[in-house]
Ligand binder design. Structure first.
Ligand SMILES: *Cc1c(COP(=O)(O)O)cnc(C)c1O
Length: 378
């Protein structure tokens, strides 16, 4: 099955009891058993839910995995992954990752004695050099947030595999439409389905996709034992959103390309971060591992101050000032005070995340209207 067919059909079948073409929202906490231990595969809804299972099967197909495990949020999915590790072990992570991922690694698991080290992964050899005796996991986010750096997934996963280190790729920014990390050697793919997969800014959900049966079993165990499951209504909303993922992504990427070029020509803009530019330092890798360059753009202003950014952020009309990304509607954000406020300022500046950096999540509106909105705000 090709991608556009998978989003609509993979893992889904008409409801066996009624023929309903859409997967029903099984809003139930338990299932009646005919006799003790005699049931239809469903005992209690933390452990199994048919709406969630349909979504998991669909997600496994989209990422070319064999199984998926869904959680109440992207960070709940990350929480389950980190529970694969033990005190004293170490995660090697990209240095400009999602602020909430950083916060959980450092301030929740760090307190338990799990070590996290953050490095620049844009050159795979630095990863090889950084792996230490306690390194058990490599955490990749690509494109990175908000600097839009690209990590060579295949090169890093090859190094990790040789050293017996597990690799996790947070594929939220690319979505499975643009990039499939399992095909490039990753062990676990993580999504905040809240973003592109859902695509309509109306549900929060996270998922993991794997190929290895033993790893799937461990993660299902943690899902059930820790209990951070999504509700069936949210599973239904994400399933519905996924059906148009390919159409939304295609349009959003085309819009982003036009906007990136517009910003690059603009006299008030000093820098535009978008991996589709041939002079982007990791353009060649992006071209190789992604099908398009994504719909996230960051840019910096010549007038390098929070006040300059504040003015632009408060003047757009179509771009809504909000956290999050990946919806049909375009959003504008200020990483330093919003998504990345939990990262210390010195750490932010080291990776180019200045006080005037602005991030766009380009939606699927008419691109001429979007450009006019930015033009007016600038
Ligand atoms: C939003 C996001 C997360 C966290 O997901 P939630 O669903 O908000 O918990 C993780 N990684 C990336 C890249 C994100 O954008």
């Amino acid at each position: 099955m090709k991608f556009a067919t998978k989003v609509i059909h993979a893992g889904l079948e008409p409801d066996p009891s009624t023929g309903a073409i859409m997967t029903p929202i099984y809003q139930t906490s338990t299932y009646v058993q005919e006799a003790p231990g005699q049931h239809k595969g469903y005992e209690y809804a933390r452990t199994q839910n048919p709406t969630r299972r349909a979504l998991e099967k669909n997600l496994a197909a989209l990422e070319n995995g064999t199984d998926a495990i869904c959680f109440g949020s992207g960070l709940a999915a990350q929480d389950a992954v980190l529970k694969l590790l033990k005190t004293g072990e170490e995660i090697l992570s990209v240095n400009d990752l999602y602020g909430g991922s950083y916060r959980q690694m450092v301030r929740v698991f760090g307190v338990w004695g799990l070590r996290s080290r953050f490095i620049n992964m844009t050159h795979a050899h630095t990863v090889a050099e950084a792996i230490g005796p306690q390194t058990r996991m490599i955490w990749i986010e690509t494109p990175t947030n908000p600097m839009l750096n690209i990590v060579d997934i295949e090169a890093v996963c090859t190094i990790a595999r040789q050293r017996g280190v597990l690799t996790v790729v947070d594929n939220t920014f690319a979505s499975p439409y643009l990039q499939n990390p399992l095909d490039l050697g990753a062990d676990i793919v993580l999504h905040s389905a809240t973003k592109y997969l859902g695509g309509h800014s109306d549900a929060v959900l996270g998922c993991l996709v794997v190929r290895d049966a033993a790893l799937a079993e461990q993660l299902h165990f943690i899902q059930n034992a820790s209990g951070a499951i999504p509700g069936p209504m949210d599973c239904f909303l994400i399933l519905r959103g996924i059906k148009t993922l390919h159409l939304r992504m295609q349009r959003a990427c085309e819009n982003a390309e036009a906007i990136a070029h517009f910003l690059k020509r603009h006299p008030k803009v000093s820098q535009v971060y978008w991996p589709g530019f041939p002079d982007h330092p990791n353009h060649a890798i992006a071209r190789r591992q992604m099908r398009h360059f994504g719909a996230m753009i960051s840019f910096d202003l010549k007038e390098n101050s929070f006040e300059a950014a504040r003015q632009v952020l408060s003047r757009t009309r179509l771009f809504s000032l909000a956290e999050s990304l990946g919806g049909v509607e375009s959003l504008i954000g200020h990483p330093a005070s919003m998504t990345h406020a939990s990262i210390p300022r010195e750490e932010r500046l080291k990776v180019g995340l200045t006080d005037s950096l602005i991030r766009l999540s380009v939606g699927v509106e008419d691109v001429e209207d979007l450009i006019a909105d930015l033009e007016a705000a600038l």
